[in-house]
Ligand binder design. Structure first.
Ligand SMILES: C[S@@+](CC[C@H](N)C(=O)[O-])C[C@H]1O[C@@H](n2cnc3c(N)ncnc32)[C@H](O)[C@@H]1O
Length: 213
């Protein structure tokens, strides 16, 4: 479930870290202020963190550098291998995904993710949030950085804008992956008894901080 896009990451793994620093013009805006976005997720996190969609381990490294205990989950073997090679020895990164993952070795106070939650359909997102609600105590947090659109019109304009610029791969991503609107994310979190606040970082990415009520 939710693993429909893994082959993209098996192929992207080796050049992914070049993309996040802006080497791919199509994704330059998506990754604008990438480090600041990850730092914002770290700043909002507690001390016992489960991270989904670790990728090449860039957020994981920042969480560890901030002294947090981190358990990472990543479904792509190529991404996982790069993450493990970059992270301090002994960092736990398991095979799993947002919905199907080995139990963490501690009770988390925060669940984080960056640039990954849109791989789930909205129904799957809600199911994931429901499960995380069971893992977290009251006031436990979910902190996700991801592409979200203000509304459906903004989403349609972003696709058109990508096509106008000749960014056909970006346009295809936007059309095929499951990018939500702010109000869809609000519905998902509030229906599962979380409060939610949003902070915009660039034309695509928002940091969402949800707290269990
Ligand atoms: C764009 S990368 C982001 C990597 C990293 N979090 C970052 O901020 O650079 C998306 C990651 O999500 C992973 N992914 C895709 N589908 C997933 C799923 N269903 N559950 C968890 N992770 C998933 C991919 O394998 C990939 O490593």
């Amino acid at each position: 479930m939710g693993r429909e896009f893994i082959s993209i990451f098996e192929n992207w793994a080796n050049s992914y870290d070049d993309t996040v620093v802006g080497h791919d013009l199509q994704y330059k805006e998506v990754f604008r202020n990438y480090d600041g976005i990850l730092d914002d997720v770290v700043k909002r996190s507690g001390s016992k963190v489960v991270e989904f969609g670790v990728g090449t381990g860039n957020l994981t490294a920042k969480l560890i550098a901030a002294g947090k205990n981190v358990y990472g989950i990543e479904p792509s073997k190529s991404m996982r291998d790069i993450a493990v090679s970059k992270l301090p020895k002994g960092t736990l990164v398991s095979d799993g995904d947002f919905l199907d993952f080995p139990a963490p070795p501690f009770s988390p106070d925060t669940i984080v993710s960056s640039y990954a939650f849109h791989h789930l359909t909205n129904d799957e997102k809600r199911e994931a949030v429901r499960r995380y609600g069971k893992m977290l105590a009251k006031h436990g947090k979910i902190v996700f950085a991801d592409t979200v659109f203000k509304d459906r019109d903004s989403y349609i304009s972003a696709i058109q804008d990508a096509k106008n610029r000749g960014y056909y791969q970006l346009a295809e991503d936007l059309e095929t992956e499951h990018y939500p609107t702010i109000s869809e994310m609000e519905t998902i979190f509030t229906s599962e008894q979380f409060s939610i606040a949003f902070q915009k970082h660039n034309d695509f990415v928002w940091v969402m901080e949800a707290a269990k009520l």
